[in-house]
Design a protein. Sequence first.
Lengths: 433, 200
Amino acid sequence: MSERTRVLRTDYLARVEGEGAMYVRLDGRKVVDVKLRIYEPPRFFEALLRGRAFTEAPDITARICGICPVAYQMSAVRAMEDACGVQIDDGPLRDLRRLIYCGEWIESHSLHVYMLHAPDFLGYAGAVEMAREHRAIVEEGLLMKRAGNALMALVGGREVHPINVRVGGFYRVPRRRELHTLVEQLEAARDTALATVRWASELPFPEVDCTTELVALTDPGGEYPIDRGTIRSDRGLDIVPAQFDEHIVEDHVEHSNALHARIRERGTYLTGPLARYALSASALGALARGAARDAGLGEVCTNPFQSIVVRGVELVQACDEALSIIGRYEEPDAPAIEVVPRSAVGHGATEAPRGLLYHRYELAEDGAILDARIVPPTSQNQLAIEENLRAVVEDGVDLSDQQLTLRCEQAIRNHDPCISCATHFLTLTVDRG
Amino acid sequence: MIGVGNPLRHDDAVGLEVARRAQALVEDAASSGRMAHAREARIAICEQEGEPLALLEAWEGADAVVLVDAMHRPHTARRTGPAIPDAEEATHGAAPAGTIQRLDASTRPLPADLSSSSSTHALGLAGALELGRALGRLPARVILYGVVGARFDAGVGLSPAVQEVVGQLAARALREANELSRPRSPTPPRRASTARSPPR
């Protein structure tokens, strides 16, 4: 190693889901290598699904992640219903789906904002150290998460890995009066979320501009994208989920156990809160839109460090929308509609808290799964995260190794990566030389 | 009393099994009228998968908590040192599966070599304990029983050596919970030392 060569590495990234590492190499002031290395072992979920009944996919895929199981369930049921020619696009069943999804956004975003991301800005190693001096922030996080947990438990049957979602709807739908027991808690959570946006907007943010293409769903009914929509980008991508494979390719790279996704024509792209906000800020409710405006976010936010503010705005939105759904809820006649399998291919895409989650299934006539493909947000974001890392290193080349390593770790955490999700894929390459 | 574990990771489920056994012991005692001091009635027994918020809520309002969780075999011989006076060093090298270690975390963090979690969640049991401590949401007495497991891969069922200690640990943890639940006990709680599973 020459005297001018600097290597920054973190072998075990803290405050992310799952196991990953970071490696950065500089030659003088030039960044020569940047890697987000995902070494958590592959989990082969797609192979596991083959031969199983189409009705099993929501519960099996929910086990991919303890933080965003609803996202897996919702992309799975959407894909299965697409394959079987069924649409649940309005009425109380869709409302309940959005409601449980709001619960997951609240759970996941509050974990990230208060416990994982905030310590980066306030200068602590983690939530525990931060709690000693900023007890109120952590208490707010716990209050928010409790509200999300309550919503998940009531609609999904459990706080983690809910068991009540099925193809066609739910096994049991909540009674109106049951949902109303959550109102007070959600109103308090909404107030807390509003305060969080104000607090987060005043944090010190490094000046970083993410020039990556931003990709998210946009809802055909003009709602903030959660459970359906077309896949759009700020550079003209506009496709339905069935066209995903035509436009997005995934490659295996040696340093990662998660596939790297890219847009076939243009390369790197980013999904998640920044992309959703950039493409659908106008679809936010008045309260969330006002919070974003007061926080000075503008129409588009391209600084990944400020994603904490955008997550705060989405927390306001999720609490607000959950309250609206509860307010108008009428129990449906049946908890699910019948879905008859057929030989077909189905696609489903929804917005997990950390970004776009795509499922594709090929079914046999009896509903057995012949082939499954799942593209989670973190594998889509890997290249963008590495690009961000490169920009952060170039910008911070005069910092000490310790400071720059910390800045790099923050650049990764900005995207709330879920490494456990990203390593579920099955691509076994045998290289025999 | 809280049994912590993942039911689908073999020996990681030992905390859950111990909690179930303890619950059965309490129910047996109740049905046969052996709850002489009605102390068991003061003990709430639950199972948790280790999610920090759920743990904080589970022990909220309790005077004391006895936790039972699986632990990985210590990698190297080392003493836990004065930080944890209750903990006796398990072994040199590898502690055999089924070894029980008792730790008092009432006033001090768990030792660093026990703090890493096999969970992919951001905070494990040790994180939940420290978060609770920082927020003033920890019971006055916190006792942890760790059981060294042999396997933590996906699957159901405890290894024989771990299964063997479930009954004795349930009785022991319950006994300790009983002692801790005595209101304003004039004597300090008994301090047990490391116990080994009986030779097989």
